[in-house]
Design a protein around this ligand. Sequence first.
Ligand code: 5GP
Length: 174
Amino acid sequence: MKDEKLEVLLTAEQIDAKVKELAAEISKDYKGKKPLIIAILKGAVIFMSDLIRQLEMPVEIDFMAISSYGADTASSGVVRILKDLDQSIKDKDVLIVEDIVDTGLTLSYLIENLSSRQPRSLKVVTLLDKPERRKVEFKPDYCGFTIPDCFVIGYGLDFDEHYRHLCDLCILDA
Ligand code: 5GP
């Protein structure tokens, strides 16, 4: 780890302001509803916990763990469910919370999988989007920041399980 350089891309203050903006938009859209917020483990946990505390309506929460094989920084494209939801989502308003959309493969797979469980509605909020790296067409319903093609860590995102605790989002120059 000692040879890896970090460069701040988004400060904790910038992230905090954006989370509040996203929460205001989501609160408006889900007014009078009680959505089920699903965080994708582990990277989206910090984003979810900040986001839900800014929402103005009651929510339920649940978690899914998805894996693309390998510890490489490039997504492999092979997706499998490591932990499924604890409950049925039939007739529920479901909002998936993701840390970052890269190739789009993970969320395309998840949307297809969760759609088949007949939710009333199904949307995605992602903190970060790297559209340059898309392999499949995918557009999140809510997006915090569009970022360039670089590998980022901090605010929940890791490199080989390190750096999740950092408050700023940083570019990792390994
Ligand atoms: P996708 O299926 O869209 O290619 O991959 C999404 C997942 O890849 C994210 O949830 C995250 O786990 C991982 N990922 C993609 N880009 C980055 C990045 O820049 N930093 C980190 N830490 N993970 C990333």
